[in-house]
Design a binder for this molecule. Structure first.
Ligand SMILES: [Ca+2]
Ligand SMILES: [Ca+2]
Ligand SMILES: [Ca+2]
Ligand SMILES: [Ca+2]
Length: 392
């Protein structure tokens, strides 16, 4: 079972490290007309019962497949490469067996996939960095999206034996070594396309692929680094941190109506996305302000309600939730040393009917701890949301 090890693509450290990127593999994109791929970072391999691309690096275990040469990872880009094995035809004395150790039918044996996002469609000249030690290990097919265009079949190396060598030559009947700079792939439109590799001759060793829109570009040595898709971090939420299982969030500012009953009003504290009481006005202190929500037909059902309030250092406000003037919850914020921490108060088993009026009330209070203008500062009864979680 040791050989199974060979089948695993190398995982790039930067992709493996992030917990929020667990499913991300080495996905490529075009960067300014270039796509650079480490061959060992393929996403998938198919049709590999007879021949299979195996990854070689300093971490590779020994194997017992037919193979005429030693491993060549020392000079390989990224310290790793792939070879399609077994290699039962390493020289022309060994018999050629079609669809076994050789195939001119591109896309039928040991097919690798590399998904790439292309911003720029058009013609890309394709180069392969390969290592050949004989005459029967130096041809490979390239393709795109399951197609194997005539322009990208039979990539061939002749020169540069026993060294990692770039080639973009296509083998033709009149020149078995291939015509230099003739392999190309046309990208039909902007979007994700799968660049593909398949076996032509077993024993082929492939280190790296380079696609360029620049016909005169000639890669050298290990050339450019891989062109990875490098997404920016996703936007994380900055509020309602612990709300993860809900049917509907009723936002204090957006969904509640500030009740106009002649009692004290709320104002909208936009920066904190909360309703609040302007406790600068002494007449607004120690009295309840109210806001209401009218239950819609689609919200009828049995719920757990969660009131989200915000702590304030200068007082512990009281909150009341009622439905049709019947109180279903009364809560007081805990003491805090940090302003605007979210506090969650639960109300279980709440039946909501169409037309019900949900009212949230709160009060501006002081705990006498924060001096202000000869007196002490008041908490403003801030709250952010009422969260509805439907019970099954
Ligand atoms: Ca070998
Ligand atoms: Ca061979
Ligand atoms: Ca070989
Ligand atoms: Ca490589």
């Amino acid at each position: 079972m040791k050989s199974k090890l060979f089948n695993l693509p190398i995982v790039i450290a930067s992709f493996a490290a992030s917990a929020t990127n667990i499913n991300a593999g080495p996905f490529y994109h075009e960067d300014s007309g270039f796509v650079v791929i480490e061959a060992e970072n393929f996403s998938a391999q198919h049709l590999d019962d007879k021949r299979r691309w195996l990854v070689f690096s300093k971490n590779t275990a020994t194997h017992n497949f037919a193979d005429a040469d030693q491993a060549h990872y020392h000079d390989a880009s990224n310290g790793a490469y792939i070879e399609v094995l077994p290699d039962t035809r390493s020289n022309h004395h060994e018999p050629l067996v079609r669809n076994d150790n050789f195939t001119n039918n591109a896309g039928t044996m040991a097919v690798l996939s590399y998904p790439v996002y292309f911003e720029t469609p058009g013609r890309y000249y394709a180069w392969a960095r390969a290592y050949s030690t004989g005459s029967e290990d130096n041809g490979v097919h390239l393709g795109i999206n399951g197609q194997w265009p005539a322009s990208s079949q039979r990539l061939q190396l002749c020169e540069g034996k026993h060294a990692w060598t770039w080639s973009s030559a296509q083998r033709v009947n009149t020149n078995h070594c291939g015509t230099p700079n003739t392999i190309y792939i046309d990208i039909p439109h902007k979007g994700v396309h799968t660049i593909m590799v398949s076996m032509r001759e077993d024993g082929f060793e492939l280190d790296k692929l380079l696609l360029t829109k620049d016909k005169s570009y000639i890669p050298a040595d290990k050339d450019k680094s891989e062109t990875f898709n490098n997404p920016k971090p996703l936007q994380e939420k900055t509020q309602l941190f612990k709300i993860s299982d809900y049917s509907r969030i009723l936002h204090a500012i957006d969904d509640f109506t500030i009740e106009n009953t002649g009692e004290i009003p709320y104002y909208q504290h936009k920066a904190e996305n909360a309703l609040a009481i302007n406790a600068v006005k002494t007449a607004y202190r120690n009295k309840f302000a109210h806001a209401e929500y009218n239950v819609q037909a689609k919200e009828v059902g049995n719920y757990t309600l969660k009131l989200v309030t915000l702590t304030e250092i200068d007082g512990e406000s009281t909150y009341i939730v009622s439905i049709n003037n019947k109180e279903i919850g009364r809560f007081t914020n805990p003491e805090t040393t940090t302003d605007y921490q979210e506090i969650y108060f639960n109300m279980q088993d709440v039946e909501l009917t169409k037309g019900d009026i949900i009212r949230v009330s709160s009060k501006a209070v002081t705990n006498g701890k924060v001096p202000e203008n000869g007196g002490t500062a008041f908490a403003r009864g801030r709250w952010r949301a009422l969260v509805l979680s439907k019970n099954d």
